[in-house]
Design a protein around this ligand. Sequence first.
Ligand code: ATP
Length: 352
Amino acid sequence: MHAVAIRAQGLIKAFGGGAAALAGIDLDVRPGELLALLGPSGSGKTTLLRVVAGLEHANAGRILFDEEDATALPVQARNVGFVFQHYALFRHLNVADNIAYGLRVRPRATRPARAEIRRRVGELLDLVQLSGLEKRFPNQLSGGQRQRVALARALAVDPKVLLLDEPFGALDAQVRRDLRRWLREIHDRTGHTTLFVTHDQDEALELADRVAILNKGKLEQIGTPDEIYDHPATAFVAGFIGEAVRLAVEVRDGAVRIGEVGIISAPIGTPSGPAELFVRPDDLTIAAAGIPAIKARVVGIRRSGPARRVDIHLAEGQPPVEIEVGTETRVEKGEWISVTLKTVRLFPVASV
Ligand code: ATP
């Protein structure tokens, strides 16, 4: 199969009223890539997907499939496969007929022969692991099974690209996790260029080759899950991904300070002035003796799975930050401990 690159250039979409849903998006999706669009509610994920599909037209900008300009093409001419969160299957059609639908409604010239359609449906049932259920009707299936039928139906017409909008959004956590793994396997076998909308960061980080983070209609960062998690490019991404506590700090004389207390040296090149420091539980460790360390006061202790989470205060008047320690580590509430910050995620506060 030939996988297609999707290129969005300078997309702007305003619905009238508030801020633009897409405020100038440039995005390159590589051939065969599974790219997650991740962002808070209202950040423009669905709008971007609908513009790529041709269900919505942008006010400005272009959509290219490989070198072909698809901007003016209607949805039928784009040959995209969709799965939505509540993609109603045809209730009066059984599973096999739902999957075959897109092939059967083709004009005679491009419609495959009946036997060929049957063969293709059998192949897809196999792929989505629903063989044996072809005669069932949608209301005789679980939510997860229905979404698998929806994916088989989307794949039946051999789409150029696959667009998935929160396909597992309505399912419970365990089913979601299973389907995630399953979708990744299907993707690896079929190789369609796939755009996957989600607001669930675990889903995006676990499933995707790369993740694009949207905020208020703009692309904040695009990168592999490792790049996004370990090297957030903006304060928004640092706050949005993982569990981070945001501390208001000041960079002065080469040090990051909370109030008057210098806690770490500032990375080279950091401008002086107010900044935000994002701290995750795994960024902090208890310091070995003799190492320059930050003094912190323990304000809470909790068991968290295999480890213990300790809330500490780096400075009065700031929110507590968490540190993860082994269960063998003995600390007491009220005690002062020494910690080191392994990773410094520091963003200057833009001066107005
Ligand atoms: P969610 O995760 O809640 O689905 P999203 O990131 O997919 O959010 P969009 O659905 O793309 O966000 O919406 C982006 C912005 O555009 C929102 O402010 C929304 O209210 C607005 N919007 C989307 N569709 C329409 C429409 N048909 N008419 C008017 N405004 C719209």
